[in-house]
Design a protein around this ligand. Structure first.
Ligand code: THU
Length: 159
């Protein structure tokens, strides 16, 4: 038996303005994506902007439904739209932002487990790391690959 640890490297910024210009632009797109949120039940709005390897940016926003499980998170609406419309263009960076009734959330919204698993799928499909930026008003986090927010990823292509 051995005790093991997983160490996760990530970057923390005090604000979006500290991000490199390319990431600031993607952050802006994530804010714009909030307009597409359909969230009459939770009143929690989430916007996502996915930068593809060819520079295309695909936006997504959470979509809710009276039958709750039928809705979908912002991250997956962006990833599925990208995969459906640009099936051969690898994913580069996904930026996510959330707001509640008080406006932009202070803390970054961290993606749910299902969204992380979907990120892992495309990262594996394209064989290149998918970077993730989580935007909060007081804090911004950047991860260089999905593994850092989903340790012990299930990957049927690798088992
Ligand atoms: N939501 C997202 O869109 N992304 C996340 O990472 C977490 C949650 C949505 C789902 C639902 O519409 C609302 O936020 C409240 O859970």
């Amino acid at each position: 038996m051995a005790d093991k640890q997983i160490i996760i490297d990530y970057k923390e910024y005090a604000s979006e303005q500290e991000l490199e210009p390319k990431d600031q632009e993607l952050a802006k797109a994530a804010h714009e994506a909030l307009k597409g949120s359909y969230s009459p039940y939770s009143h929690f709005r989430v916007g996502a902007a996915l930068l593809l390897a060819d520079g295309t940016v695909v936006k997504g926003a959470n979509q809710e439904n009276a039958a709750y499980p039928a809705g979908l998170c912002a991250e997956r609406t962006a990833m599925f739209a990208a995969s459906a419309n640009y099936p051969d263009v690898p994913f580069d960076t996904l930026a996510i932002v959330a707001e509640d009734s008080n406006g932009l959330c202070d803390e970054p919204a961290t993606p749910c487990g299902n969204c992380r698993q979907v990120m892992a799928e495309y990262q594996s499909k394209y064989g290149r790391p998918l970077k993730i930026i989580l935007l909060g008003r007081r804090k911004v986090l950047k991860f260089s690959k999905v593994d850092d927010i989903l340790p012990f990823i299930f990957d049927s292509l690798k088992v």
